[in-house]
Write a protein that binds this ligand. Sequence first.
Ligand code: PTJ
Length: 250
Amino acid sequence: MLDEENIVDPSHPRYDSLMIRKKIADAGVKGMLADSAMIAHGRGEAYDYLLGEKTTPSAMEATKEAVARLIKAESPVISLNGNAIALAGSDFLTLASQLGCPVEINIFYRTPERMGALIGHLKLLNSKLGLDVEILGGIPDERIPGLEGPRGACQSNGIFSADTILVPLEDGDRCEALVAMGKEVLVIDLNPLSRSSRNCTVGIVDEVSRVAKNMIQMMPEKPAPTKWNNAKGLQAALDQIIDNITNKFS
Ligand code: PTJ
């Protein structure tokens, strides 16, 4: 394991950010991640920096809307990829347990080795947390129409039949394919300009581990869905970035 914890002092101004990065590095060593995982993470970090590295009011609203839709759903599923599991695996299992829904591992760069490492990691977290959340994805028996190759593989009792899916850090193709299947797609992505953010039902422009924690806290409030305007939420995130960088040095 990388030893940044002993190298970086907690008083370092970027301590939290460096520790989040360490989670990705450690999960990479365990074989859980795609080769490009750190690049994807770096892209997210850059947007997070511009957003102020905290949950904005518009992101909190979008998170609440997503929670409301997950509660109202008949068959919700939390789709998890390598980065989401590395950064917020425990919290997504907790959320799934609150919702009474399964999680499904659905990865872009699918290999048997990575699937084994990710399933093993989630099973370990399940038992550490004393939870019994169903972990799907290991035995795919269906395909997401329009997605070629191993990345289209999914389970009939999970993503394939779900009416509402929470998809953190999704790639644009898969988000579009899930929307085309008629599902409500709730995306967590720090990039408000990404295809996933633009094409989903509710886009949460915030860091995945903060969102997972916020969702867990909101669950007991049982929020009700509204008529969500996704474009308005994304524009608010962009406005926040513009506000944060305008006249910085004048
Ligand atoms: O585990 P796999 O095989 O499914 O692969 C996962 C990655 C993330 C490597 C793969 O899906 C990928 O390459 O994703 P992209 O196309 O780079 O998109 C990742 C998106 O997530 C980007 O828009 C980033 O801004 C965003 N992002 C990165 N880190 C975070 C994030 N959003 C929220 N929280 C983060 N921590």
